[in-house]
Design a protein around this ligand. Structure first.
Ligand SMILES: Nc1ncnc2c1ncn2[C@@H]1O[C@H](COP(=O)(O)OP(=O)(O)OP(=O)(O)O)[C@@H](O)[C@H]1O
Length: 326
């Protein structure tokens, strides 16, 4: 009789996902061109890119479903080309739930998956119940997945991918089509999972999702990584932080601008909104603007900060085919 073993990474392994100069060629098409990405244990790596950028191909290589044409990829310290079985034992893939039995209840499906992974009946039931509780699915355990809402199906799908205690989970667009509260619920589940040491590779079209969940982001375009880093690093590459002030009605914008300039910053007047926009390097520069206007006797009726968003990053960096809508 056996339970579900937790396959471990190679001893001391901290980099759980690594692609090094990975290329993939399909006939005359170079789907991946020398892609390098990595993720440490217990972190989320997000892959962003338009349709056809190469995300699925990279995921297929990292899950040992497809061999790279050249370059090296490893998961949990095991090379995908040399040790594909070891890799497959350690990865969880969402989107797999469609392949299980539609006639079985949610719980019985999880039990069946655990049995297929070699657990005895008792351990399989225990693992199913553990996951049902973790995902708040106890009340739906006896129902068939076909009767579930979209949000419940995604949760069951994610639960199914975790049956074998994978060290690395691949989430392919996990919240597409979900309502805001179901998205939030799934994000919290992913955050708990990562806090527990699981490493996640997330592909998403939602930049707010990458912003919230990802420790690092790689932007893929036409098979190549065109930018990578934390969300903050990517934002600072493409955009500037600004502070926008609205001086009181009737005040002369030229006087306000002169005061800001004397304080060492460069203002721009937005005539359409009657506001003044100042590019700032640090939060303390906002105080400089306020003090400068106060010193000139100008009241401020509105004050706001502008941060570049990941949308700015994506739209600036990613090469977009005609007709593509992010
Ligand atoms: N088995 C294959 N044979 C030939 N070409 C392929 C194969 N798989 C993928 N491609 C091509 O490789 C390129 C990258 O495809 P891939 O599916 O990796 O992109 P993607 O970023 O995952 O896109 P999507 O968001 O649409 O899933 C595309 O041009 C695609 O048509």
């Amino acid at each position: 009789m056996s339970g579900l073993a937790q396959p471990t990474a190679r001893t001391g392994e901290d980099i759980m996902i690594e692609a090094n100069g990975v290329s993939k060629v399909f006939g005359s098409l170079r789907a991946l061109d020398s892609v390098s990405v990595s993720a440490r244990r217990g972190t989320v790596l997000a892959l962003l890119g338009h349709n056809g950028a190469g995300k699925t191909t990279l995921v297929n290589i990292l899950t040992a479903a497809l061999p790279p044409s050249s370059g090296r990829a490893a998961v949990a310290g095991f090379d995908v080309a040399r040790d594909p079985h070891e890799v497959r034992k350690r990865v969880g893939l969402t989107g797999q739930f469609a392949s299980v039995d539609a006639q079985l209840s949610g719980r019985d499906n999880l039990v069946l998956l655990a049995r297929l992974l070699g657990a005895d009946r008792r351990s399989a039931r225990a693992r199913a119940d553990e996951l049902l509780e973790l995902f708040g699915l106890q009340d739906f355990a006896a129902r068939r997945p076909g009767t579930y809402s979209g949000g419940l199906r995604r949760r069951l799908d994610l639960a199914a991918s975790l049956v074998g205690h994978p060290a690395v989970v691949f989430l392919d667009e996990p919240t597409t089509g979900l309502d805001p509260s179901s998205r939030l619920n799934l994000w919290e589940i992913v955050e708990d999972l990562v806090a527990g040491g699981t490493t996640v590779l997330l592909t998403t079209q939602y930049l707010d999702e990458a912003d919230r969940l990802a420790d690092s982001i790689a932007v893929l375009s036409a098979g190549a990584v065109i930018a990578s880093g934390t969300a903050a690093e990517l934002k600072s590459k493409v955009g500037q932080r600004t502070v926008t002030v609205a001086p009181e009605d009737g005040s002369d914008p030229a006087v306000a601008c002169e005061a800001i300039r004397r304080a060492g910053l460069e203002p721009v007047v937005d005539r359409a909104n009657g506001t003044i926009v100042v590019v700032i390097e640090a939060s303390k520069d906002a105080a400089v603007v306020i003090r400068a206007l106060d010193g000139a006797g100008i009241e401020i009726t509105e004050l706001s900060f502008g941060e570049p968003t990941l949308d700015d990053v994506y739209l600036t960096l990613a090469e977009r085919p005609t007709g593509f809508t992010p």
